[in-house]
Design a protein around this ligand. Structure first.
Ligand SMILES: *Cc1c(COP(=O)(O)O)cnc(C)c1O
Length: 408
C-alpha cells in the first residue's frame, strides 16, 4: 500500500498490495436527491404513463431548453439515436466531415445511413476538429460538418460556421461532453443547426441512458419529433420513415432530479480538478488538460497528456501501473477512428494524414474524475503516478521493458 514515504517496490506492479481494494472508474455516475427521484417514480407508476412523451419528458424538455438557452429540446433514448435522427432529418448524404479523435458512434451512425465519414485532423490548440484541414476535405459529395466539443471545450465555432456557409454545408455539433459549458460566454446548445447531447450514466448530467437534440429551428424540431416516433404525424397517420428514439418517463424523472443538483456536481468536479492540478504539478512529463476560466466548464474529465520522452514510461505502461492499483485509467479514442475497423480497411483515393490525432491519441490518459471521487482518492492516485515516474527506470525493468534513455 502506498504511503508518504513509500518506495516504488510498494507499487502493485512490483508486487505490493493494490492501493484501492475496489475498482476506481473514470467517471462514476452522479446521483442527485434519490428520495426525490423515488417519489417521482411512484407518481409514474401510479399514472401508468410510462413513455410516449409523458409529463416528465415534457417538463424536462422545458427545463433544459431554458437552462441551455435554446428554443427547442427534443429528448431521446440516447445520444447516438439523437444524432441518427438528426442526420436523417437534415437529409445528409454523400460525405460528412468528422474528427477522427472522437467517440466511434458518430462514424457508425453515418455509415448506417449510407453516408461516408471523412476523417479530419484536430487542432493542436484545443484538440477539436481543425477548420483548415476540414476545408481541404470538402468536395462536391460533402453535405455536412460535425464538430465535437471534446471534454466540454468548444470547437472553433465561428470559423466552422464561416466555412459551412461559404460551401453551403450543414453544420451540427456533438455536445455529449459539453453540458453546462460555454462558447464565448454563451451556453453550448444553440450553435450550428443543432447540437446533440448524451445523458448516458457516465456523463455529468444523466438520465441513466438518454440524450437530447437542441435547436433554435422550430421546423427542424417538429420533423425530429415525427422521426423519433415512427414517422407518426397523427394518431394513426404516418408521413415519413421514422424510428423509436423516445425517452421513457423514468429517465426524465432521473434527469429532473439530477438537474436540481447540477451545480453541486460542477462544484465537486471543479474541486477534484483543482486537487489534481495541485498534485500533478510535481510530475514532470505529465500535463493536465486546461479549461478556460473565462468560460463555463463542467470539469467532468481529468485528461492527462503523457510525454514519454520525459516520463521514460509510456502512456500504456503508466496505465498498466494504475490498473494494477485498481485505478481504471483509460486511453481515449485510441488509435483514432481512422485506424479502427472497418474504417481503416475502406479503400481511399488518397490516404489522409492526421498527425495531431496520431500524436494526441498516443499520449492521452484519463484519470478518475467527477463528483464521485474524493480528494483523498485524488491524492493517492497522484502519489502513485509520482512514484512511478520518479522510478521509471526500475519500473520499466520490472515490466521487462528495456528503456532507452535519451542522453543529450
Ligand atoms: C457518450 C458519447 C456519445 C454517445 O452517447 P450515448 O448516449 O452513449 O449514445 C457520443 N459522442 C461522445 C463524444 C460521447 O462522449
Amino acid at each position: 500500500m502506498i504511503k508518504h514515504n513509500s518506495s516504488y517496490k510498494d507499487l502493485a506492479i512490483c508486487g505490493g498490495t493494490p492501493a484501492f481494494s475496489e475498482k476506481l472508474h473514470v467517471n462514476k455516475p452522479n446521483l442527485g436527491d434519490s428520495d426525490f427521484f423515488i417519489d417521482q417514480t411512484k407518481t409514474i407508476l401510479q399514472s401508468y404513463q410510462f413513455t410516449n412523451n409523458g409529463p416528465f419528458v415534457q417538463q424536462l424538455e422545458e427545463q433544459l431548453a431554458s437552462y441551455l438557452n435554446v428554443k427547442q429540446c427534443i429528448l431521446t433514448n440516447n445520444g447516438t439515436m439523437g444524432l441518427a435522427i438528426l442526420v436523417q432529418a437534415l437529409n445528409l448524404k454523400g460525405e460528412v466531415i468528422v474528427p477522427s479523435f472522437n467517440f466511434i458512434s458518430t462514424a457508425h451512425t453515418l455509415m448506417m445511413q449510407g453516408i461516408k465519414p471523412v476523417f479530419c485532423d484536430i487542432d493542436q490548440a484545443n484538440w477539436n476538429i481543425d477548420p483548415h484541414h476540414c476545408e481541404s476535405l470538402i468536395n462536391d459529395q460533402t453535405s455536412a460538418i460535425i464538430g465535437t466539443h471534446l471534454w466540454g471545450r468548444s470547437c472553433n465555432i465561428d470559423q466552422l460556421e464561416e466555412i459551412a456557409d461559404r460551401h453551403n454545408l450543414k453544420l451540427i455539433f456533438d455536445a455529449a461532453h459539453a453540458f453546462g459549458c460555454s462558447h464565448k460566454g454563451e451556453r453550448i446548445g444553440g450553435f450550428g443547426l443543432a447540437e446533440v447531447f448524451s445523458f448516458h450514466a457516465t456523463k455529468v448530467f444523466h438520465t441513466f441512458e438518454g440524450g437530447a437534440i437542441t435547436t433554435n429551428n422550430s421546423t427542424l424540431a417538429e420533423r425530429l419529433r415525427v422521426i423519433q416516433n415512427f414517422g407518426f404525424i397523427d394518431y394513426d397517420e404516418v408521413a415519413l420513415i421514422g424510428t423509436n428514439a423516445k425517452m421513457p418517463e423514468i429517465s426524465a424523472a432521473m434527469g429532473i432530479a439530477n438537474l436540481l443538483s447540477i451545480h453541486t456536481f460542477y462544484e465537486r468536479n471543479k474541486n477534484v480538478y483543482k486537487k489534481y492540478q495541485q498534485h500533478l504539478a510535481n510530475i514532470a512529463g505529465v500535463s493536465l488538460l486546461s479549461y478556460d476560466d473565462k468560460e463555463l466548464n463542467n470539469y467532468h474529465y481529468i485528461v492527462l497528456q503523457v510525454d514519454e520522452t520525459v516520463t521514460h514510461l509510456t502512456r500504456d505502461e503508466l496505465i498498466d501501473v494504475l490498473h494494477k492499483e485498481n485505478i481504471l485509467a483509460r486511453r481515449y479514442f485510441y488509435p483514432g477512428n481512422h485506424k479502427m475497423e472497418p474504417y481503416r480497411s475502406i479503400p481511399k483515393k488518397v490516404e489522409h494524414k492526421l498527425p495531431i490525432t496520431d500524436l494526441i491519441a498516443s499520449r492521452v490518459l484519463l484519470l478518475p474524475g467527477g463528483s464521485g471521487v474524493t480528494e483523498a482518492q485524488v491524492t493517492k492516485v497522484c502519489s502513485i503516478l509520482e512514484l512511478a515516474v520518479k522510478n521509471a527506470v526500475q519500473i520499466a525493468k520490472t515490466m521487462n521493458k528495456a528503456v532507452s534513455l535519451k542522453v543529450d
